[in-house]
Design a protein around this ligand. Structure first.
Ligand code: SF4
Length: 357
């Protein structure tokens, strides 16, 4: 039974220099047409399950004006009060009126893209808030919401450990219950890539990761990059390899054993050609994802659930025994997980489970 849904709103006020997501410059006429198409897509595929989590991401959903947000949230009323209902926001377009509308329509979690509080790095990332506006806006959000996430990036070009430490100091002073951290990877087709910017060296990246883990010790470190006093139920759906709807341009979903990606072309989307690619998940693919996603969780994969789902002993999956012998994976009575000493090498460990014939 599907319990989660992701909605993609692809509009942004400006384009960040590291961004390779599906996004467009905000344009009023397009937003209206887009919301009509989104409603049609939902009407076509949603089968009426009672959802537990609904997540509006982007793009920048908060760039929509009050009327557009009201239209969007009325469309999403079809999902009937999910217990965790998140919207992503950027500092520069959060207003008190928008927060009131979010509250009125049942949103109970706000995820704020901060990335850094350092104004030199903010400029470089082409983000348009300042330290002052970030602090004021988060104070305002806290007036209305308690379940708040902040996204923080590290490994920024020329960033020092000291600068990251200051970002964490500021984050801790905000007293919000969740943080998602991202090591910046310079992807092709981004402004940074075109400027020939390089990723920082692995050693510094590792030092930064260790610093984050040490400084956030009052939060539960429950996924390699996520720390929470209140965890994100929605993201747990992904990491537990459960099915979910994805609606909107460029959204991905996983329904009836099919993983799909929606088109990134606005014309195609407005014409009702939503799905671009569909891949049926054989048992082999499901097991691959179970490992790639589940081992990102600090508690790892529950071996009994695994056995029940796949009728297979987890030790019989290729490479598992070897990785346990190498002490990279740990097997307890209930779970299989990555040894904390190797979290920073998680991607190298996960590669062992791709195309694992
Ligand atoms: S706000 Fe998000 S989606 Fe928009 S350009 Fe920046 S990173 Fe990309």
């Amino acid at each position: 039974m599907i319990k989660s849904c992701y909605i993609h709103i692809p509009f942004c006020q400006s384009i960040c220099s590291y961004c390779d997501f599906c996004k467009f410059y905000y344009n009023e006429k397009m937003v209206n047409e887009y919301l009509d198409a989104l409603k049609k897509e939902i009407d076509t595929y949603y089968k009426g399950e009672q959802l537990e989590t609904l997540y509006i991401g982007g793009g920048t959903p908060s760039v929509l004006n009050l009327d557009e947000l009201t239209k969007l949230l009325k469309i999403l009323k079809v999902f009937n009060k999910p217990s965790e209902y998140t919207i992503e926001c950027n500092i520069e377009n959060i207003t008190e009126d928008k927060l009131k509308i979010f509250k009125k329509y049942g949103i109970n979690r706000i995820s704020i893209g901060i990335q850094t509080f350092n104004e030199k790095h903010l400029k470089y990332l082409n983000r348009h808030h300042t330290l002052k506006s970030a602090l004021e806006t988060i104070r305002l959000v806290k007036k209305y919401f308690t379940n708040i996430n902040v996204d923080l990036m590290y490994a920024l070009p020329n960033q020092t450990l000291d600068e990251l430490n200051k970002d964490i100091d500021i984050f801790l002073s905000l007293d919000v219950p969740h943080i998602s951290t991202y090591s910046l990877i310079i992807e092709p087709h981004t402004i940074l890539y075109n400027h020939k910017e390089k990723n920082i060296d692995d050693e510094l990246d590792y030092e930064m990761y260790k610093l984050i883990c040490n400084r956030l010790s009052n939060y539960e470190h429950y996924e390699t990059s996520n720390f929470g006093i209140i965890k994100s139920k929605h993201n747990l759906t992904y990491w537990k390899n459960l099915e979910y709807y994805g609606f909107g341009m460029g959204a991905s979903g996983y329904v009836d054993s099919i993983r799909y990606d929606n088109t990134r072309s606005l014309n195609e989307y407005l014409n009702g050609n939503y799905r671009k690619e569909e891949i049926y998940q054989t048992n082999k693919l499901k097991i691959e994802n179970e490992f790639i996603l589940g081992l990102r969780l600090i508690e790892g994969i529950n071996i009994y659930n695994f056995k029940e789902k796949y009728n297979l002993d987890i030790l019989d999956v290729k490479n598992v025994k070897e990785l346990i012998m190498d002490k990279k994976l740990v097997l307890t009575n209930d779970n299989l997980y990555i040894d904390p000493k190797f979290w920073y090498l998680a991607n190298d460990i996960l590669i062992n489970f791709i195309n694992n014939d």
